[in-house]
Design a protein around this ligand. Structure first.
Ligand code: IMP
Ligand code: MG
Length: 198
């Protein structure tokens, strides 16, 4: 028996099955837990190298980016600061209108800060486009974006993404922070969402 009672888990205890995976609306794995963690380690190394001597302020976009922010911040070997914004789109749950309401603003002044926006997923890109303009108006020293996921072929606006985790097909996904009606954020991998509505 091991000290943690985690027999059967792989190295680092990461291969354990996720009990949420069996849910009726949880589809196939799009990005596995192992692939997420490996890519986040790479992104962390790149960000560490790029921002040496000027530690960034990580700005997470709630709620979807909370898990990515947690892992990414620990993959960066610099004294980063973290803050969060919460935005809500005026569109329906699964379609963005591009009109964004700031539900929670930043607590810190951005003047002279190197700001790195941490976003869960870029679909139309309209949310991020709005956020970039909003944040640039506060005159940061620099502003870049790190998006975990980009849905291929969906962008309706020009956005410059300095760091991207994965390009995925244009379908609705859940897990690792991403929700459907506030559920399934705590899945450990990114899964396709299976519509089971009658
Ligand atoms: P955009 O403005 O169309 O780029 O939408 C961005 C936001 O919509 C993301 O930050 C997510 O919160 C949400 N979103 C877009 N696609 C998905 C998805 O497949 N699953 C869950 N949330 C999504
Ligand atoms: Mg989001």
């Amino acid at each position: 028996m091991t000290a943690h009672g985690d027999e059967g888990a792989g190295p680092g205890g990461r291969a354990r099955p996720d009990p949420l995976e069996d849910g009726p609306d949880v589809g196939r794995v799009i990005v596995s837990e192992g692939d997420l963690q490996a890519r986040i380690a790479e992104l962390g190394e790149r960000i560490t190298a790029d921002y040496r001597g000027r530690p960034p302020l990580l700005v997470g976009v709630l709620k979807g980016a909370f898990m990515f922010m947690s892992d990414l911040s620990r993959a960066i070997a610099l004294p980063v600061e973290v803050d969060f914004m919460a935005v809500s789109s005026y569109g329906s749950a699964t379609r963005t209108s591009g009109v964004v309401r700031i539900v929670k603003d930043l607590d810190v002044d951005l003047a002279d800060r190197h700001v790195l926006v941490v976003e869960d997923i870029v679909d139309s890109g309209l949310t991020l486009n709005y956020l970039q303009r909003y944040l640039l108006a506060r005159r940061p020293a620099s502003l870049e974006v790190c998006a975990l996921l980009v849905k291929d072929g969906q962008q309706r606006t020009e956005i410059e993404l300095r760091y991207v985790g994965f390009h995925i097909p244009a379908e609705f996904v859940v897990g690792y922070g991403l929700d459907v009606d506030e559920r399934l954020r705590n899945l450990r991998a990114i899964h396709a969402h299976t519509d089971v509505s009658p």
